[in-house]
Each structure stands twice: as C-alpha cells, then as structure tokens.
Design a binder for this molecule. Structure first.
Ligand code: PEP
Length: 240
C-alpha cells in the first residue's frame, strides 16, 4: 500500500495539438479518476488550451521540459516564468528521450530543476538505466549518479522523481513489480521524495505496480493518450 496519495501524470510526448487537447481535457473532466492527484503534460503549443479546458478542476497541467535561463537567446526553449504566466503547474525534466536524443545531461537536468523550482513550478525529474546498463549490473551506479546530480537542487517541496527504466519506455516491456520496488527503495535511500514509476504502465499492470510500498504513482506515456485507459490507470492507483 503506497503511503502517499498517488500521483498519476500523463506524458503526451509529441501528440495532441490544441484542438485534440481541448476535446481530450473536456472528456477527462467528466471521467471518474478516483482518489488520486492527476497531471497532464501536453506539448508546449497545447498547454494554454489544457489550462483553459481544465480550469476549475483538480487536474493539473505540466510542460514536458523547461529551460534554466530567465530569458535570452535560446532558440526553441521556454522559460519557467513563461509557463507560470500560462497557469502551468510544473514540468517534466530529464526525460530519457531528452537525454537520448537531445543531449540532456545530469548537469543540464539539475540546472532546469533549479530554475523551475525558483519560479515556483513543481518538477517531475526522470531517472533510469538503459538495458545495456542493467545487463552490465550498473543500475544502482547509474541511478546514484543521476540522483546525486539532483541532490544539490532538490528543495523537497514540489519535487517528484520518476524511475523510468529506459528499456521499458514505449516498448511494452514493463519492469516487474519487484524490479520497480527495488529501484524505488534504492532511489528513496538517496532522496526521500515521492517516486513515480514509468515504463509501459497500462490499465492491466497499474494496480500491481502501484501496490508496491515505494511506488507513489506513475508517469504514463502511451496509455495516457486515451481518456479511457488513462482513467483506468488512475482508478487502479486509487484502489491500490
Ligand atoms: C514516458 O514517456 O514517460 C513513458 C513511460 O512512456 P510509456 O508509458 O509509453 O512507456
């Protein structure tokens, strides 16, 4: 039984423009999500639409990234103050797709977290090992390195970690509950904040994952794009 109120966050990645975001959020308003905290993370261009469509509900809206500078010559980047101006509640930082494809490092992850926190945004900071790292027995060393990079900027309030084994993201390969629990307990020994599990979470595996003592919720990719499956995951977490 998770000790904290579960948090279920939907990472939409590069899906759903403003039109689709509006209809999705209006349907989500009407869905029974159970007793959990819920966050949706649309692409930047859809954030304003999501904030508007979810106004007056407890469902929060977060971005998928945030830059560390207050402003400046950083083509294609978005500052924390700009997200605040839109009414956005937080941001994902350090997702493995940013680390893999866009040169994100432990250092830039820490800078983004610090800037987001300073602006009053909540942060979902992602950590996780690749398949090769797990097979080489390096999982704990990788998690230690990634979490220790965050420690100097972790002010606790508003910071959530997400354990996302890279080999489980978008692959349909989910960590077993035992693997997830072991990694979460290790991460918690380094930094005691809420820890979400991410990696092919679906309605049929959510309950057992959320039932692990150190799993405080989920960061959901593919299954968050459909109202019915996202709501079913929220319900499973609510009952775990
Ligand atoms: C993610 O994008 O953070 C993720 C966990 O994706 P999926 O649920 O599709 O594996």
């Amino acid at each position: 039984m998770a000790a904290r109120r579960p948090l279920i966050a939907g990472n939409w990645k590069m899906f759903k423009g403003p039109g689709e975001t509006g209809s999705f959020c209006r349907a989500l308003r009407d869905a029974d999500l159970g007793d959990v905290d819920v966050v949706v993370c649309p692409p930047y261009v859809s954030l304003a639409e999501a904030v508007q469509a979810l106004a007056g509900t407890d469902i929060a809206v977060a971005a998928q990234n945030v830059h560390w500078a207050a402003d400046g010559a950083f083509t294609g980047e978005i500052a924390a103050s700009m997200l605040r101006e839109l009414g956005v509640y937080g941001a994902i930082v350090g997702h493995s797709e940013r680390r893999q494809f866009f040169g994100e490092t432990d250092e830039t992850v820490a800078k983004r977290i610090a800037a987001a926190e300073a602006a009053g945004l909540h942060v979902i900071a992602c950590v996780g090992e690749t398949e090769a790292e797990r097979e080489a027995g390096e999982t704990e060393a990788v998690l230690r390195r990634q979490v220790e990079a965050i420690l100097p900027v972790a002010d606790g309030e508003g910071l959530v970690l997400a354990y996302e084994p890279v080999w489980a993201i978008g692959t349909g390969k989910t960590a077993t509950p035992e693997i997830a629990q072991e990694a979460h307990a290790f991460i918690r020994s380094l930094l005691d904040v809420p820890i979400l599990y991410g990696g092919s979470v679906k309605p049929d595996n959510a309950a057992v994952l959320m039932g692990q003592p150190d799993v405080d919720g989920a960061l959901v990719g593919g299954a968050s794009l459909d109202v019915e499956s996202f709501a079913a995951i929220c319900q499973a977490a609510s009952h775990s």
